[in-house]
Design a binder for this molecule. Sequence first.
Ligand SMILES: Nc1ncnc2c1ncn2[C@@H]1O[C@H](COP(=O)(O)OP(=O)(O)OP(=O)(O)O)[C@@H](O)[C@H]1O
Length: 750
Amino acid sequence: MKHPDDSNNDKDLFARLEADLAADFGGDVVDLDKARTARTASADADTDRPDSADAASAGSHPDRSADLGPDASDDAKPVLADSPAVSGPGYLDRIKGSKRIPVVPVWLTSRAEFTDASKWIGGHIWHTVWFHAFRSPLYVGKFALRTPAGFARTVARVLRWSIDAEGEPLRQAEARRENSELYLKLSRQRDRRVRLRVALTLISGLGSLGVALYLAFGASPLTQFLAAMLAVGTFGYLGAPADAPISSRAVVKTEVQKLTSDMVVKAMASIGIGQIANAVAKGQEGIKFVAPITREGPGWRADIDLPLGVTVADVADRRARLASALRRPLGCVWPDPDPNEHEGRLVLWVGDRDLSKTGAVKWGLANAKRHDIFARIPFGIDPRGRAQYVPLIQHNVLIGSLPGQGKTSSIRVLACGAAMDPTVEMWLHENKGTGDLDALECISHRFVSGIDDESVKYAADSLKLLRVEVMRRAAAIKALPRDLCPDKRITRQIADKKSLKLRPLLAIFDECQNLFAHPEYGKQAGEDAEFIIKLGRALGVILVLATQRPDKESLPTGISGNVSIRFCLKVAGQVENDMILGTSAYKNGVRATQFRPEIDAGNGYLAGATALPVVVRTAYLDDPATDAIAQRALALRKAEGTLSGHALGEDAERAAGPSYDLLADIAAVVPTTEERVWNERIAARLAELRPEVYAGWKGETVTSAIKPYGIRTRDIAGTTDDGTRTTRRGITRADLTTAITERDGKKGAA
Ligand SMILES: Nc1ncnc2c1ncn2[C@@H]1O[C@H](COP(=O)(O)OP(=O)(O)OP(=O)(O)O)[C@@H](O)[C@H]1O
C-alpha cells in the first residue's frame, strides 16, 4: 500500500535521482517522465509482493537514499553494500581522507630535534677528545715500553726481506718435488734479489746509523726531542701486541639490532594472540605492515595493521611478552595506537635504550632567566627523546600514581615553570608534610605544608577563597571592553595590567586525597574544586591536583571528569588508570599500569597536552636545583614588585582572600527588618556598596558566592520594582545571621 505522503517523497526521490544521474552520466538528459512511469508500474507490480511496502518506504526514506544504486528508480529495494553498483567513497573523498607524508623529513623541520642531534654529536666528539687527552701521558708510557720490541721487529723484518726469506718455502717445495729446472730458476732469482736487497739494506743501515749519530751528538735538543718522539711513536706502534691496542675506548657503543619485519612478525606471533599465531603457523604473516619499518628518533618504528578483531589494547596488554619476544628490555618497547586510524592500527616503536635508563632528564628551563606562563612549560622527554611540554594557561592538571613514583617531582617541574614568570601568583599546598615544595615558600602568596587538620583546613580555605576569586574574575572580565578582551579570557596583555588584578594564579594541591577525603572539609573542598575547574580556566586560575589514591572518595568524579591535562605515573589497576587518564583510557591501550614500580619512577602517560596521550619521562629537579630556581624567581618578583601574601609575611587569612568580607557586606545591605530578599537585589546593592569588587554581579553570582558558607538559596515571593508579584531565588536574613555566627564562632575557636 502506498503512504499518502508517498507522492511528495517520490518527488524528492526523483529530484535526487535526477541529480545523481546527471552526476553519474556526465549530465546526460534523462527522460524523467519515462522513469516515473516505469517506477509507478513497478510499484504497482510490487504491491503483490509481501515486502513491497517496506521496500517502497525504504526507497522513500531520506536516510536510505544512500543505499540506492543508480538504477534504483526501477525498484526501491535496498541494494546490498557489496553489490558492484555500490562503489563507496569517490576518488576525491578518498584522497581527502588520506595522510600526506611530509616532503621534508621531520628531523630537518624540527628545530628541537635538529638541535638535540647536533648536541649529541658535539658532545660525543668533545668527550672522545678530552678522554684521550687526559690519558695521553699513559699512552706515551705505553709507546716507550713497546719501543724496543717494535725496533727488534722492524730489524727482523728488514733482514728477512733482504735475504728473500718469503721465497724460501717455495724453493723448498720445488726441491722436494725434485723439479730442478724451476728450483734453479728460483735460486737464481733469489741470488739476484739478495745481492740488490743486501746492498740497499747496508746503504740505508749506514745512512740510518749516520742520522742516529748526528741526532745523538750533533742535532739541537728540539730536533732530538722530535726525532725521539717520532721513533718512540713509530716503534711503539709497531711493537704493540695485536690484542692490546694503545688506547682504550672513549665510549662503548650499544649495538642494537636493526628491527626487521621478520623479527616483528615472529614476536607478534609469540605473544599469545590466536589470530596472528595461527596465520604464522600456516606460513602467512598474520599482520600487515602499512609502511616500511623506519628509523624514528633513537629507535625503530613499525606501522602495523593487526588482524581483524585484534586491537592495540590486546597488544599493549602483552607488552612484556612482546619485549621478551623482541629480546629487548621492557622500557624499549612501546606499542601505541594511532588515533587517526582504526582500532587495529598499531604503531610499534622499539627504542635503542630503556627509557628508565635515561637517567635524570635535564629540565629545559634549568638555566633560563625567566619564562612566560602563556608559553608551554618544558615537562620532560618522550621515549623518542623529544622534548614534551605542558600548557598551563587555559588548563587544569591532574596527576596520580602509586606512592613514590614521581608525582611530587612532576609537580615541582610545573611549579618551577610557573615560578619563572614573576606575574604568576603561587598558592602552594602540600598535604603530605614532607616539605617537598618548601623551596618555593619564599615566593608563595599562600603556602602550607602539613597533614594535620589545620593544614588541611588551610587548603580547604584556599579553595573557598579561590571560588570567590573565580567569581570576582568572571565579573571583572565581563566588564572589560570587547576590544581588550574579545574572547572573554585572560591574555598576556590583560594579565600585565596590574590595576585589573587578573594575573595568572597557579594553585597546587599535592596529596589532595588528604583534603578531599577529610571528614569535615572534604565535601565542600571537592565542590569548590569542581567549581574552580569548570570556571577558572578562562580566568587565569590554574588548578594542579596530585593524588596517590585515585578513587571516588579521594577524588570527586566532578574533578576527574573535568580536568583537561592528565599525567598518570605507575598505578595499580584499570580503575585508577581511568580515574586519572579519563574513561576508556585503559580500554584504548593507554595504560599506566605497565610501568614498573620504582624502576619507572618519573615515567608516565601525559594526556591532554598533545593530540595523543604520550609516555613522558619528566625532568628531575632535586632540592638544590629547586632552591636555585626559587631564588631566581624570588629575585624576579622583587624586581617587579609582585611578591604578595605569605611571601611578605602578611596575615595568611587576610592576605589570601579578597580584602572584603562578603557576609558582612551582605549583612550591611540587607536591613534586619528585611526578612527575605532576592539575590538579584543583593547583587545590585553590593555593586553599589563596593563597585570595585562587586560590579557586574548578578543573582546567580551571589548564589554561588554564598554557597560555601552554607546559606541556602530558596524561592522567595516578592514584588518587582514595577509592582508585579512574583517568585525569585533569594535568601532569608535568618540564614545569613546563622552563617555569620557559625563562621565567627569557628574563627574564635581556632
Ligand atoms: N623524573 C624523574 N627522574 C628520575 N627519578 C625520579 C623522577 N621522578 C621521581 N624520581 C625518583 O622517585 C622518587 C620519588 O619521587 P616523588 O617523591 O616525586 O614520588 P611521589 O609519587 O611524590 O611519592 P609520594 O606519593 O610518596 O609522595 C624520587 O626520590 C626519585 O628518586
